[in-house]
Each structure stands twice: as C-alpha cells, then as structure tokens.
Design a protein around this ligand. Structure first.
Ligand code: PLP
Length: 397
C-alpha cells in the first residue's frame, strides 16, 4: 500500500496512541472536583501546555474544540458576532476564495442569515493573495471590517500564504485576523505569537493525532461569541465535557511534530521533489498546480492536472494498485464538481476535473513514491484511452 493522502488524514503516531490508550482506561470528568476529576484536569492542562509550547502560544490561549471544522466555525461566526456590535457597523468580512469549506460555508451562512458582506481577495495563478489588496481594502473600509480570514497553507494545492504580512497589517488597523493553519501545522513552523494572528485553527488528525479534536488559538483580549452553550468549559467559549484521551493524543502528536519539524520538512520536501520529477517523467504533459517554487508550497504537497483524464477514474485505477490519493473535487448530487480552488487559480473546468492531489506525511517513504512512479504512466494512458472510447461512442449515438 502507498498512502499518499496525508492531507486528508494522517496515521496515528505511536506516541499519540500510547497517550490515548492510557487515558481511555481511566475515569474522570475534567470538571469534577473529586480526585478522578482533578487527575483528568491535570492531563488536560498539561496537554494544553504542550500544545501551546508546540505552536508558540500561551496555555490560556488554547481553546479545545471537536476538530478543525468546529474551530473554523467558532472563529468565523464567533468573531463576526462579537465584532458586529449593536449598531451592526462591522458587517464586512475579508476572505480568500481558496479557503477550506469549513471557513467558506460559515462565511456564506453569515452572508445569507446575518447580512454579512464578504469581500473576496483575488488570488494569482499560484493561489496567493496580494497583501497590497488587503491594505487597500483596510485603508478604504476599516470601520466596517469585522475580521479578516486567510488560510496559512492551502489544503489542495499546498500554496503558502503571506500570513505574517497580512496579520501585521490587520494588527496595525485594529482588525482581528484569523488563519486556518490545519495543513501548515506539522509541516511548517507555526508560531502563533510570532505570526501576530488573533485566532488560529488546528486539527489533531492532520499531525498524527486523533480525529475529532482540534483547537482554536485565541489571543488574549480577542472576543468570540460561543457557538456551543452549556457547562461553561474552555472559559465559557466552548461548552462540552472535554475528551481527555483525545486531548492527550493531540498533545503527544503536537510535541512530536514540533520536535521533528525541521527534519520532517526536509525529508518530505525531498520525497515531494522526487514524486514531482517521477510524475513529470512518466506523464510529460501533466501540469503541476500551485507554486512550483518549493519554498512557496507545503513540503508534503504535489498536485497535478492530467489533460484528457477524469480525476475520479485515475483515483480508482491507482486505488486498485494499492495507491491512495485524492481528487479534491467535491461530489454534489452524484456529479463531480470541479474544485473551487482550481477554478480560483484560473483552471478551466475540464482541467480541474482531471486533477489529483498526492500528499506526504510522517509515515511516507521512498517506496511510496516509487510505487506511484511505476503506476502513474500506464494508468494515465488507460484513463485517456477509456475517455476517448466513451467520447467516440457518445458521438456515434
Ligand atoms: N481546514 C483545512 C485547511 C482542512 O484541510 C481541514 C480538513 O481537511 C479542515 C479545516 C477541517 O478539519 P477537521 O477534519 O478536523 O474538521
């Protein structure tokens, strides 16, 4: 098996599994006052410290959530609602069009239900926003802007955004800045304090931790209106009994990711470059999407369009050979929709539909790349042949 879909989810690290297994055998609600509760609370607080240290935050800035999607929703809806104010003056949200759906869909919801106006930043052919465009918007409409959200690195094409420049600009104008760092964490140095972001999303299962737990890093003094009301956990920002085992697994993975970051990033970049070369050699007309400069993309990301192919057919043919990757296109009512990210980069619908993402992570090896190198040429030829046959049959009928 060659698992080339780490951007979707990563295998659980042994350290995370051990931390979780220990906890799963124990009882204790971290809000209870008795000894079992205090023990669970200690695990949560030590985990909070480990996660804060791994991502350059203070422990008090870590708000645990049920994953990246919840943290994004909390940031988007929570910042909007806290900033909009009684006079509803701050109605504008500035965002990039290549955000994950966990940011895009709550933005659309705010536009549909809360009369928010979303101002979309442009992106170039590599998927990068231009800080000068944000500066112009802030100079013009700063009194109306509720907050700005731009992801640290894109989940499909791996493009890294100029987050530090955008965050510094927002800070200067007194506007909160949120960044979704779900894909950047574990591959790039993500330092919350140094980034100057006010809110930052993390998800454990993208860094070798468990699925279903994440965090919103929230700078001191930044207000968000809660989405979940109840027991008042997480400083009243996110109610709900804490999942101690998942949090312990998240912390163990974060510690490993931070400790191995430089070595891992260099190793992944080497594998990624070998993968890109292999695909280009086997399929000379394959187009690499995103930034061709390795410093501008995630070390573990390679994303290609294969002219004359359907991404879904390629994915299934590769899967039959034990190679797992992703198309990145969402299915809506049974019809494959071209990715909004590729369309924003200027790709046409056909090229967008013929695309595959290969993503590497902590368990990737040269053997994974070698398996793809051997399979991709014949599989692309087969997919092209099948498509030509279907097209000519369709013409005859
Ligand atoms: N944001 C980005 C950039 C992602 O890639 C993902 C998951 O694919 C999410 C948010 C959602 O995270 P989760 O799967 O933890 O809900």
């Amino acid at each position: 098996m060659a698992y080339l879909d780490h951007a979707a989810t990563t295998p659980l690290l042994p350290q995370a599994l051990a931390a979780m297994t220990d906890e799963l055998g124990r009882v204790g609600n971290a809000s209870s006052l008795h000894a079992a509760g205090r023990r669970a609370r200690r695990v949560v607080e030590e985990s909070r410290e480990q996660i804060a240290a791994a991502f350059g935050a203070r422990p008090g800035e870590v708000v645990f959530t049920g994953g990246g999607t919840e943290a994004d929703n909390l940031a988007v809806k929570g910042l909007y609602s806290a900033r909009r104010g009684a006079d509803r003056r701050h109605r504008v949200v500035v965002a990039s069009p290549v955000e994950h759906h966990a940011v895009l869909d709550p933005l659309h919801w705010l536009a549909d239900h809360e009369r928010a106006e979303i101002v979309w930043l442009g992106v170039d052919a590599l998927g990068r926003v231009d800080p000068a465009e944000l500066e112009a918007i802030l100079a013009d409409r700063v009194d109306e802007v509720a907050f700005v959200t731009v992801m640290w690195a894109n989940n499909e094409v791996g493009t890294v955004q100029p987050v530090a420049a955008l965050a510094a600009m927002c800070r200067e104008h007194g506007v909160p800045f949120h960044t979704d760092a779900v894909q950047a964490a574990g591959q790039l140095r993500v330092d919350f304090a140094a980034s100057q972001a006010d809110a930052l999303t993390l998800s454990a299962h993208k860094i070798g931790g468990p699925i279903g737990v994440g965090a919103l890093l929230l700078a001191r003094g930044v207000e968000v209106t809660p989405l979940l009301h109840g027991g008042g956990q997480e400083r009243d920002v996110r109610s709900g009994t804490l999942d101690v085992a998942a949090i312990a697994g998240f912390a163990a993975a974060a510690e490993v990711a931070a400790g191995e970051l430089s070595e891992r990033a260099a190793r992944l970049a080497g594998l990624r470059d070998a993968l890109v070369d292999a695909v280009r050699t086997a399929v000379p007309d394959a187009r690499l999407n995103g930034d061709p400069d390795p410093s501008g993309r995630l070390p573990g990301n390679a994303h290609f369009s294969f002219p004359g192919c359907e991404g879904d057919s390629l994915l299934l043919l590769l899967d039959a050979r034990g190679i797992e990757c992703s198309t990145g296109s969402a299915c809506s009512a049974g019809v494959a929709q071209p990715s909004h990210v590729l369309l924003a980069l200027g790709s046409d619908e056909e090229m967008a539909r013929g695309s595959l993402r290969f993503s590497l992570g902590h368990s990737s090896t040269p053997a994974d790349v070698a398996a793809l190198a051997e399979a991709i040429g014949p599989i692309v030829e087969r997919a092209r042949g099948a498509r030509l046959a279907t097209t000519s049959r369709a013409r005859r009928t």
